[in-house]
Design a protein around this ligand. Sequence first.
Ligand SMILES: Cc1ncc(COP(=O)(O)O)c(C=O)c1O
Length: 424
Amino acid sequence: MRDKWDDFIDDHKLRPESLMMGYGYRPELSEGSMKPPVFQTSTFAFPTAEAGKHYFALAYGLEELEEGEESGLLYSRLNNPNLEILEDRLALWDSAEAALVFNSGMGAITNTFLSHVRPGEVILHSGPLYGGTDHLVQKTLPEFGIRTVEFGPGELRETIEARLAAEAPDAPLRMVYLETPANPTNDLIDIEMCMAIARGHATGERDPMVVVDNTFLGPLWQRPLDHGADIILYSLTKFVGGHSDLIAGAAVGSKELLQPMRATRTFTGSQASPWTGWLLMRSLETLSLRMDRQKASAELIAPFLVEHPKVKSVRYLGLLAPDDPQHKIYKRQCRGPGSMISFEIDGGEAEAFRFLNALRLVHLAVSLGGTESLAEHPATTTHAGVSIEHREQLGITPRLVRLSVGVEHYADLLYDLDQALQAV
Ligand SMILES: Cc1ncc(COP(=O)(O)O)c(C=O)c1O
């Protein structure tokens, strides 16, 4: 019989796609149920008072797990079978030691900062960032004495180091935080350059770590741990959930770096619910099918937009020109171009709105990565909180539209996009 942790047959290593249907779960413990039931419970019965004492000692770090021992179940804010199986499966995609699930992508991001950065320390971060993350690093974290310094796509290491020295002299660098590709412009940031910056600031004490928001391409098309990153973050709301019916987030990395985050999650109460965990497990079974199909359609739609007279410019990773400085990063860092397309309508906000209002199959909504195609206007929605000057500097113009390609038939999507562009 297979063991629930088997990821090999003989010496043949099984791929994540093949493991999403059974890994980490034993049907015989749940009446033979092929699928894990929803463990819809807030608390768990201890077999004895001594066992309860041991589980809490483990949770508070007063005792260590024995070799081969599994942590006992206590209370669903700390752990729950649906979430633990999900975490084991999520970690497989990035070949990571561990994963932690949160009640939103922002929950995962906030937890990472709270767990690893202290007042007086510096976060060097890329821009643009998703609008919520941008607000957190530009406005919330400085109120707690955390310094933040931004750099843009294409900036050289020397320029970034000079800015760091000018804007945060004498403050220790603790984290390089990047979102690549960036929401909403699809700009790429070089993870290996960020690793070099982090290593250059290491002193042997609270050394800087590199954290990558991999929401746009991961886990299929980009594996930041392979490039040296320490922690990967996901909004699971997007491709991993994939059906626009849940909100969740995750952090993926080494057990050592995730341990303090597990404690922060317990004490800030940012665990996801068992039902969300169950939905995410179901989504993981079709993750590669969906992402493959979405990418294939995006690869047909992007060239159509390039040729369209009502479109001024298109930013799609599959269409980067070989002389584009980001082409080299793409080749080294990404395994595929994904299905996010940013493009500028010929005109301004009014023309972009005319296009968005004329769409019939593609839905007008924020978010991305779901089975349905979604279009949105970043400057007035997801990135409305970013100042106008900063938006212009980052390329978030009033004519920019962001398109998330779903699993509909590509020919129907092309038809809809074409008829909506004719309304411009
Ligand atoms: C790149 C990126 N990171 C993080 C988030 C935040 O995720 P959530 O909405 O699940 O909190 C988003 C949301 O759009 C995003 O696009």
